[in-house]
Design a protein around this ligand. Structure first.
Ligand code: TYD
Length: 208
């Protein structure tokens, strides 16, 4: 049986990621691909329990290091319980966020640095990486505007952080794409939903 593929979808707040995840999954299934979708933080029973710890409560509930470790712990469980078994069984896995979110949010936004997050990932998940990572990007004003429209201004512990934090997150994603151009592709999230889905699909065309 051929090995499945692991694709991740990433981006800052308000870039239309949830809609695109749904559309991309439907398009891949339409091509006859046996696909499972999953999300982070979460995607396995243990990681979903950790999700509650990460996304609710006071902004200052966790120190930056503790927050990064919780994301890494959730990811270790998600990889082991959900992602690896599916891929080994020949399925494709599409995840809403993965380690690049930690590099951008905790590494960039919280200032821990990308290398610290990569080290946690090497330990926690044996450096298991996606075959391709698609990062949806929008100009800052447009992205935050869309996030507020969707949430009515309310957000979770992390989404609700200030504009400076989210700017550092966006820069983090840009840096990852520059460092790993083969794995990571920046996708313009402007235009119609159909146009954006077509861009995402095109960015999977050269997958080995
Ligand atoms: P979620 O409700 O899934 O939001 P979104 O629609 O933006 O994906 O919340 C996930 C939040 O957690 C989001 O603000 C991004 C953040 N996050 C991190 O800070 N680090 C991580 O490693 C991951 C996976 C998510």
């Amino acid at each position: 049986m051929s090995r499945g593929r692991f694709i991740t979808l990433e981006g800052g707040e308000g870039v239309g990621k949830s809609t695109q995840l749904r559309e991309l999954a439907a398009a891949l299934r339409g091509r006859g691909i046996n696909l499972v979708t999953t999300r982070e933080p979460g995607g396995s029973p243990g990681a979903e329990a950790i999700r509650g710890l990460l996304l609710t409560g006071d902004e200052g509930r966790w120190s930056p290091r503790a927050e990064a470790l919780l994301f890494a712990a959730a990811r270790a469980d998600h990889v082991e319980q959900t992602i690896r078994p599916a891929i080994d069984a020949g399925q494709w896995v599409l995840s809403d966020r993965f380690v690049d979110s930690s590099i951008a949010y905790q590494g960039g936004g919280l200032g821990l640095g990308g290398e610290a997050i990569r080290a946690l990932h090497r330990f926690g998940s044996e450096d298991f990486l996606p075959d391709r990572t698609l990062v949806l990007t929008l100009g800052e004003a447009e992205g935050r505007g869309r996030a507020e429209e969707r949430d009515g201004g309310a957000s979770d512990r992390i989404g609700g952080r200030d504009a400076g934090f989210h700017r550092a997150v966006d820069e983090g994603f840009q840096r990852i794409a520059a460092e790993e151009p083969e794995r990571v592709r920046l996708i313009d999230a402007s235009g119609s939903e159909t146009e954006v889905t077509a861009r995402l699909l095109a960015a999977l065309d050269d997958l080995p």
